[in-house]
Design a protein around this ligand. Structure first.
Ligand code: TEU
Ligand code: CA
Length: 538
């Protein structure tokens, strides 16, 4: 086995700053709040924080619309707070990676303000056309907006307040490199690169439609994008001890391989989406139907084909994993632990999203007025145009809204879940009374303590970090795999059903389980997960 890099041994924890911890009672999470929870994170055993955007932003898309890449959003704090966060994290052996949004800026960024006025050198920083083509936005509708000042259309693959940068312009690359250096020089350990594989648009002819978006053949994982990634590496990244993980939309394993091939020097890892599509909504009555068999197939494929995966079940764009993958579970905490066992032991670097470690569930929203996500509101508008009735529209949004995972972190069962002393920016889930950090801390069998145990267990076992992955053949409702390094083998079994299922228990010594007692009759109980060492050298 080749020597593993530090970030391959690490466990990453994603913080969505708005929803993590509010220190000053304005209802919005902030950097000082994050600092106050560093001991909690250290105790959990994570080594890296991925910080969703904290840059200055008008907040059309909660910080993913950046108006100044080298300044901090005032509601999150100051640059001094940020420096303090980096230093305090470092003291605890925790590194920080930032979210790097290079596909677009805010329309309030100085570059765009000047670009639409035709002021050099900014004129060609964005994509201006006299006539729109057929590209559509990931947030629904045409991806072009007419600008009165420029008297031209500009491209926005996301919201109209997120104009796309023109990566055919070498000045844009120069600006990006300055931003990277700025943060790396501050001690940042790398970047999560937002929608990085769509930054380069090959040309502006009409494109084809795939996955609800038109134009994908013109901008998904184009050679120009690969070249830019290699440039960023050569010019900047390789001079620092850092890593990158790309959020790569619509990639298959072949594309992913090309993007994170260690030989090519582009990205270190990518987030694929294929496994998150295993519960896709069917057209009939908008019911999500999750099939463990599908998830197993996709996971195994990525595990086998990609040298090093960025493994995740949750982030700020996805509904909560227990609510999607274990909908029927009568004991959601048990199910959350089962998903944890599945995730943490896969080959690759595990990414945990805030709240996942206590088994938080989808937001308990009652109607659209409680939802803030710009994407959800766009989806509702589109569905209205298509004459969907209100209840159907709500059904769709309730299941898919990104706000499901953005509800404030549940620190306690007390007022405002211990998240804020004021009024939280987004509705706090009423189940914080049962699901919260405080009550789980002291409970040895809590989801939180199971995560801690899993993380600690992985850390000390090379086979679980770098060992090869092999799928174990099982029935449709069980996902099981081996991790093998030299003569050390671990087997992980996860039962996605509420019924007991037989498994090949001979020669296995169970090391960890999400039940209090160990399985005895060669059957996995409802939602049971075990991590076992093979002792018979099979
Ligand atoms: O997400 C890109 C992306 O693919 C999602 O917006 C996806 O289309 C959506 O979640 C499906 O429900 C990244 C960020 O993670 C997201 O928060 C931003 O809104 C988006 O880019 C634009 O920056
Ligand atoms: Ca605050």
């Amino acid at each position: 086995m080749v020597e593993l890099k530090w970030w391959q041994k690490a466990v990453v924890y994603q913080i969505y700053p708005r929803s993590f911890c509010d220190s000053n009672g304005d209802g919005i999470g902030d950097i000082v709040g994050i600092i106050s929870k560093l001991d909690y994170l250290k105790d959990l055993g994570i080594n890296v924080i991925w910080l969703s955007p904290v840059y200055r932003s008008p907040n059309d898309d909660n910080g993913y619309d950046i108006s100044d890449y080298t300044d901090i959003q005032p509601e999150f704090g100051t640059m001094a707070d940020m420096d303090e966060l980096i230093a305090q994290a470092k003291k605890r052996g925790i590194k920080i990676i930032m979210d790097l949004v290079l596909n677009h800026t805010s329309d309030e960024h100085e570059w765009f303000v000047k670009s639409r006025e035709g002021i050099e050198p900014y004129k060609d920083y964005y994509i201006w056309k006299d006539e729109p083509n057929n590209f559509t936005s990931f947030f629904t509708g045409s991806a072009w907006k007419y600008d009165e000042k420029a008297k031209k259309y500009y491209l926005h693959l996301f919201s109209p307040k997120q104009p796309d940068l023109n990566w055919h312009n070498p000045l844009v690359l120069e600006e990006a490199e300055k931003i990277l250096r700025f943060w790396l020089d501050k001690g940042i350990a790398g970047f999560r690169c937002d929608v990085i594989n769509v930054i380069y648009k090959e040309d502006y002819g009409n494109g084809i439609k795939r996955g609800g978006v038109t134009g994908v053949d013109k901008f998904v994982s184009k050679e120009g994008c690969h070249e830019i990634l290699r440039r960023l590496n050569r010019d900047v990244l390789k001079n620092y001890d850092c890593f990158t993980v790309g959020e790569t939309v619509m990639v298959n394993t072949d594309m992913a391989k090309d993007l994170c091939d260690p030989e090519r020097g582009e990205l270190d890892m990518v987030f694929g989406f294929e496994h998150m599509e295993t519960d896709q909504i069917s057209n009939k009555w908008f019911k999500t139907k999750f099939k463990p068999r599908k998830l197993k197939k996709v996971l195994a494929k990525w595990q086998k084909e990609i040298y090093w995966n960025a493994n995740y079940f949750e982030n700020h764009d996805q509904p909560r994993s227990v609510s999607r993958f274990c909908k029927g579970a009568s004991n959601p905490a048990l199910a959350a632990k089962m998903l944890a066992a599945l995730l943490i032991n896969l080959k690759g670097t595990p990414f945990i999203y805030e709240g996942q470690e206590i088994g938080m569930t989808n937001g308990d929203f009652k109607n659209l007025s409680e939802i803030q996500d710009v994407e959800s509101h766009n989806v509702d508008k589109l569905a209205q145009k298509l004459h969907f009735c209100k209840s159907l529209r709500w059904k769709l949004i309730r299941q898919t809204s990104r706000d499901n995972a953005r509800t404030p972190m549940q620190w306690s069962g007390g007022e405002n879940a211990g998240f804020t002393s004021g009024k939280a920016w987004l509705k706090i889930n009423a189940n914080h009374k049962e699901i919260n950090v405080e009550s789980q801390c002291g409970d040895p069998h809590s989801v939180l303590n199971f995560y801690k145990r899993l993380i600690a267990f992985r850390k000390d076992r090379d086979a679980l970090v770098g060992g090869e992955f092999e799928l174990i053949k099982t029935g449709a409702k069980v996902i099981a795999y081996k991790r093998v390094l030299k003569n050390e083998t671990y087997e992980i079994y996860c039962n996605f059903s509420s019924k007991p299922v037989k498994y090949a228990s001979n020669g296995l010594e169970v090391a960890l389980s999400n039940y209090i007692d160990l399985p005895t009759d060669g059957r996995l109980r409802a939602y049971e997960a075990i991590i076992a060492r093979r002792t018979d050298k099979a």
